[in-house]
Design a protein around this ligand. Structure first.
Ligand SMILES: NC(=O)C1=CN([C@@H]2O[C@H](COP(=O)(O)OP(=O)(O)OC[C@H]3O[C@@H](n4cnc5c(N)ncnc54)[C@H](O)[C@@H]3O)[C@@H](O)[C@H]2O)C=CC1
Ligand SMILES: O=C(O)CCC(=O)C(=O)O
Length: 452
C-alpha cells in the first residue's frame, strides 16, 4: 500500500474527527491510533469506505448526560455530572464499565467507549461497547455518601439500560461496594432481579473470578507474548503501577507464576520494594486499598525495606516486565526510553491507554513485546460476558471453569493479534493486530445491518 495514500487518509479522517469533536484530546488520541492501524486495510476494501463504516463507528450511537444531585453528611446538596456513552451495539448490548473520578468528562468516556467496542469484539463474546461514569470523587467520602450518590446516579440511568440493552460494570472508583449500592437501587426501580450489571457479589449473581479477571488476564496475555520468545515470568522482576483492582490481581498472578513484583502506585506516588511484594504484603495492600481506603505510602511505613517516591511514577525502576495498571497516559516517551534502557522486554497494559503515542512508537521501534490495553486487559470484560451468560442461564460456574475459559479467551486474543499484526521479519505489532481483528467483526455486522 502506497504510504502517502495511507498518510492522507489518516490526516483527512482525523481532521474530520477533530472538527466534529472539538476539545476531546483523549478521544482524538484513541481514534488516531486505530485509524493509523486500519488505514491500509480500509483502503484495500472499498466497501468499507463506501459504507463509511469507520466514520459511523467513531460517532457514538447515543450519549446520555444527566444531573446527579445528592446530599452529603453535612446536609449540603452536591451536584455531579453523570454520563453513559452508548458507542456501538452492532454485535451485542452496550457493555463497559462506569468510572467515578474527579477527572471524568465526555472526552475520556468517549475514548474508553471507543476502545471498548474493539476490545469486546476481540473477546469473541456478543457484546457491544459503552462506558459511563461521573466526575464524583469517592476519595474521602463516607459509605453513606457513596451510597446516596450511587442511588441518585442509577435512578436516572435506570431507564436507559437493561440486560439486553446496556450492561454497565466497574472501572476506576467503582468496585464491589459501588456495584452493590447501584444494583440494590436498580432492582427496586426495575422491580426485577436481572443481570443488568456485572461485577456483582458472588452471592447475588456475580461470577467467580470477575474481581481477579482483568489483572489475571493482563498477566496471561504477557505470558503468551513472552512464550513467543521462549520466556516466562519465572524469576522476572515486574513493575506494576496502580494499586486498585487491576494492579492487585496482576501482582497476585505474577507471584503465582514465579515472578517478583516490586512496585505499586497511586495518584500521590509509588512504592519500590526491592525484596518483592510477597503474598502477605499483597494482603496488606488489599486491606489498605479496599477496606481502609488509605494511600500507598502507608506500605512503606509498614514495610521499612520499601522506598516511597512522592509525586513520581514507577518506570525508572529496573524491571524485565511492566504492567501499567493505573490510568491513561501514565507512561510517556521518556518513561518508555528508561524502561528499555533498563532492559525491559515486555509491556502488558492492564489499564486503558496508559502509554502515550510516543511511548508506543518507541516500544515498536525497539521491537519489544507490547500488548495494548484493548487486548491485554480484555480479561475483565470477558468474565463480565461470562457473568451475563451465567445470569441468563441461571447457573454458576466454578472458579476453575471460569479460569479455564478466561485463559482460552486470552490465548485466542493473542492468536488473533499475531494473525493480523505479524510484520515482515516476524515482529508482531499487537496494536495493529488488535485493531484490525477487533474491527473486522464489528464492521461485518454493521455492513449486514444496513445504514443505522
Ligand atoms: N476494573 C476492570 O475490570 C478494568 C479496568 N481497566 C482499567 O484499569 C485501570 C485501573 O482500573 P481499576 O484498577 O479498576 O481502578 P481502581 O479504582 O480499582 O484503581 C485505580 C488505581 O489507579 C490509581 N490512579 C487513578 N488515577 C491515577 C492517576 N492520575 N495517577 C496515578 N494513579 C492513578 C488509583 O490510585 C488506583 O490505585 C483503568 O485504566 C481502567 O480503565 C481495564 C479493564 C477492566
Ligand atoms: O466488565 C465490564 O463490563 C467493564 C470492563 C471495562 O470497563 C473495561 O474493559 O475497560
Amino acid at each position: 500500500m502506497n504510504d502517502s495514500k495511507v498518510l492522507k487518509y489518516v490526516e483527512d479522517f482525523m481532521a474530520n474527527v477533530k472538527a466534529k469533536n472539538p476539545n476531546e484530546p483523549e478521544f482524538h488520541q484513541a481514534v488516531h491510533e486505530v485509524v493509523e492501524s486500519l488505514a491500509p486495510f480500509i483502503l484495500e476494501n472499498p466497501v468499507l469506505m463506501k459504507n463509511k463504516v469507520l466514520e459511523r463507528m467513531t460517532e457514538p450511537e447515543r450519549i446520555i448526560s444527566f444531573r446527579v444531585p445528592w446530599v452529603d453528611d453535612q446536609g449540603e446538596i452536591q451536584i455531579n455530572k453523570g454520563y453513559r456513552v452508548q458507542m456501538n451495539s452492532a454485535i451485542g448490548p452496550y457493555k463497559g464499565g462506569l468510572r467515578f473520578h474527579a477527572s471524568v468528562n465526555q472526552s475520556i468516556l468517549k475514548f474508553l467507549a471507543f476502545e471498548q467496542v474493539l476490545k469486546n469484539s476481540l473477546t469473541s463474546l456478543p457484546m457491544g461497547g459503552g462506558k459511563g461514569g461521573s466526575d464524583f470523587n469517592p476519595k474521602g467520602k463516607s459509605d453513606n455518601e457513596v451510597m446516596r450518590f450511587c442511588q441518585s446516579f442509577v435512578t436516572e440511568l435506570e431507564r436507559h439500560i437493561g440486560p439486553n440493552t446496556d450492561v454497565p460494570a466497574g472501572d476506576i472508583g467503582v468496585g464491589g461496594r459501588e456495584i452493590g449500592f447501584i444494583f440494590g437501587q436498580y432492582k427496586r426501580l426495575a422491580n426485577a432481579f436481572q443481570g443488568t450489571f456485572t461485577g456483582k457479589g458472588a452471592e447475588w449473581g456475580g461470577s467467580p473470578l470477575r474481581p481477579e479477571a482483568t489483572g489475571y488476564g493482563a498477566v496471561y496475555f504477557a505470558q503468551e507474548m513472552m512464550a513467543t520468545k521462549g520466556e516466562s515470568f519465572k524469576g522476572k522482576t515486574v513493575a506494576v503501577s496502580g494499586s486498585g483492582n487491576v494492579a492487585q490481581y496482576a501482582v497476585e498472578k505474577v507471584l503465582e507464576l514465579g515472578g517478583k513484583p516490586v512496585t505499586l502506585s497511586d495518584s500521590s506516588g509509588y512504592i519500590y520494594d526491592p525484596k518483592g511484594i510477597d503474598a502477605e504484603k499483597l494482603e496488606y495492600v488489599k486491606l489498605l486499598k479496599n477496606a481502609i481506603r488509605g494511600r500507598i505510602k502507608e506500605y512503606a511505613e509498614k514495610y521499612p525495606e520499601a522506598e516511597y517516591h512522592e509525586g513520581e511514577r514507577p518506570w525508572s525502576v529496573k524491571c524485565d516486565i511492566a504492567i501499567p495498571s493505573a490510568t491513561q497516559n501514565e507512561l510517556n516517551g521518556d518513561d518508555a526510553h528508561t524502561l528499555i534502557e533498563n532492559g525491559c522486554i515486555c509491556v502488558s497494559e492492564g489499564a486503558n491507554m496508559p502509554s502515550t503515542p510516543e511511548a508506543v512508537d518507541l516500544f515498536h521501534e525497539k521491537k519489544i513485546l507490547f500488548g495494548p490495553g484493548k487486548a491485554a486487559n480484555a480479561g475483565g470484560v470477558s468474565v463480565s460476558g461470562l457473568e451475563m451468560s451465567q445470569n441468563s442461564m441461571r447457573i454458576s460456574w466454578t472458579p476453575e471453569e471460569v479460569d479455564e475459559k478466561l485463559k482460552t479467551i486470552m490465548k485466542n486474543i493473542h492468536a488473533a493479534c499475531v494473525k493480523h499484526g505479524k510484520e515482515e521479519g516476524g515482529f508482531v505489532n499487537y496494536v495493529k493486530g488488535a485493531n484490525v481483528s477487533g474491527f473486522i467483526k464489528v464492521a461485518n455486522a454493521m455492513l449486514a445491518q444496513g445504514v443505522v
